[in-house]
Design a protein around this ligand. Structure first.
Ligand code: GDP
Ligand code: IMO
Ligand code: MG
Length: 432
């Protein structure tokens, strides 16, 4: 039995969905523990592309159980849409296949309106470039103890009470602060009672189910969203998302005890990308950056925005290893680097004569950091057909070896294409 957490080590979109889908083969349970439909996880199975925002990436296996933990914020309309799409694809999501924590908070229509209004009111330079899905305002209400939980909509009188308080408060903000139209209590009530009826059979106690699964010796895979540099505490604040993305939250965000976690896998893209605003020391503004963007198909799966691209950064990777307790790295998109004459890696930063081996806590300093690069020869060969590490050109193997040295962490998976089969699993975390 093994319980494994998967996290992004950079600014998201590292290929977590693909790796979760692949490793689900060896797991019994797959659990989302934070984030919401700001995430976009793309899986390619037998040539068919699936994009999930909320439902765990393990859902494509019929005999596995998926869980949405208390740390996730749920837009019920998006969840129901994803369930409908899966039904259309011949994979109906039944209560036996999905449990939603009664403690997960719900994204309400006013959260989306406030997300947009707040971004709009910010000056250039202060805008975060959020996904506009209501994530920040929903987590904000949770922390302020005003939130509405999945379990609350099953109790109409409790839901009415909470909704009324929220509508009164949000209408004050919308009309007085942001000069927007008010929202209607009745419309939201009707809409959410309809969602409640559809979701009721799925809402339950994720913590209890996971405990029973663990005691029965089942394998549990925890699926992180976003990436370590987007963590609300440890990332490039305020240019972050509103949840803890690090592995510790796999426990808090699902109700699972930390002493039962066996492995933490950090997903590391072979180069770096970022969507939205905020510091990115190894960002490329030249033809190489454009080439990575094109070849890597670097468009956001949620908003369609072009992802900013840059060289690999092992300061960022080392932050992730430290903050998450990474026991193995999965390197993705190695194929995208084929054709580069030289590959640069940022191994530290420099500013005003001072060297930085970790992110400074000050955002103004972080945004001015100059990367210190080391350079390695690139390889020209197409590597998408490689299925064993030995199939890779020696220069690609050296690049991987150098990442292991710089991060002091073993690589346990290499990915050379979006498909399930375009993967080399060097060590299976579920086979101890
Ligand atoms: P996530 O948010 O971490 O799950 O990552 P996304 O799904 O948003 O972005 C990763 C993108 O890269 C998706 O379109 C994947 O299909 C694709 N992908 C994943 N691994 C590889 C790989 O090794 N090579 C290539 N070329 N594409 C990959
Ligand atoms: P996955 O799981 C990349 C970014 C947004 C924005 C910031 C805050 O696919 O890796 P939010 O809407 O969360 O308040 O936006 O965080 N962001 C992501 N970037 N991948 C994601 O998820 C992201 N989720 C949020 O672009 O900069
Ligand atoms: Mg993504």
């Amino acid at each position: 039995m093994a319980n494994v957490v998967i996290v992004g080590t950079q600014w998201g979109d590292e290929g977590k969905g693909k790796v979760v889908d692949l490793l689900t083969n060896y797991a019994d349970y797959v659990v989302r523990f934070q984030g919401g439909n700001n995430a976009g996880h793309t899986l390619v199975v037998e040539g068919k592309k699936y994009v999930f925002h909320l439902i765990p990436s393990g859902i494509l296996y019929e005999n596995k159980k998926c869980m949405i933990g208390n740390g996730v914020v749920i837009d019920p309309a998006v969840l129901l849409e994803e369930m409908d799409e899966l039904t259309e694809a011949g994979l109906p999501v039944t209560p036996g296949r999905l449990t939603i924590s009664h403690n997960a908070h719900l994204i309400m229509p006013y959260h989306m309106l406030l997300d947009g209004a707040d971004e709009n009111a910010k000056k250039d330079g202060a805008k975060i470039g959020t996904t506009g899905r209501g994530i920040g305002p929903c987590y904000g209400d949770k922390i302020l103890r005003n939130g509405i939980k999945a379990g609350d909509i099953l109790d109409e009188s409790l839901f009415r009470e909470k909704l009324q308080e929220n509508v009164d408060e949000k209408n004050f903000l919308l009309t007085k602060k942001y000069n927007r139209d008010p929202i209607s209590f009745d419309d939201i009530l009707r809409q959410y009672l309809d969602h409640a009826e559809k979701l009721a059979p799925f809402i339950g106690n994720v913590s209890v189910e996971l405990d029973q699964a663990r005691k029965a010796g089942k394998h549990i895979l925890f699926e992180g969203a976003q990436g370590t540099q987007l963590d609300i505490d440890h990332g490039t604040y305020p240019f972050v998302t509103s949840s803890n993305t690090v592995s510790g939250n796999a426990c808090t965000g699902s109700g699972f005890g930390p002493s039962h976690i066996d492995e933490v896998i950090g997903i590391l893209k072979a180069y770096t990308t970022r969507v939205g605003e905020g510091p990115f020391p190894s960002e490329l503004f030249d033809a190489t950056g454009e080439a990575l963007q094109k070849k890597g198909g670097e468009f956001g799966a949620t908003t369609g925005r072009t992802r900013r691209c840059g060289w690999l950064d092992t300061v960022v990777a080392n932050e992730a290893v430290r903050l998450n307790g990474v026991t193995g790295l999965a390197i993705t998109k190695l194929d995208v680097l084929s054709g580069q004459n030289a590959l640069k890696t940022a191994t530290s930063y420099e500013l005003d004569g001072k060297r930085y081996d970790a992110m400074p806590g000050n955002i103004k300093t972080t945004s001015k950091l100059n990367p210190v690069y080391e350079e390695m020869p690139g390889w020209q060969e197409d590597i998408t057909q490689a299925r064993n590490a030995d199939d890779l050109p020696v220069k690609a193997r050296n690049y991987v070896k150098r990442i292991e040295e710089l991060t002091e962490t073993p690589v346990m998976l290499l990915s050379v294409g979006p498909g399930r089969e375009e993967t080399m699993l060097l060590r299976n975390p579920f086979e101890k």
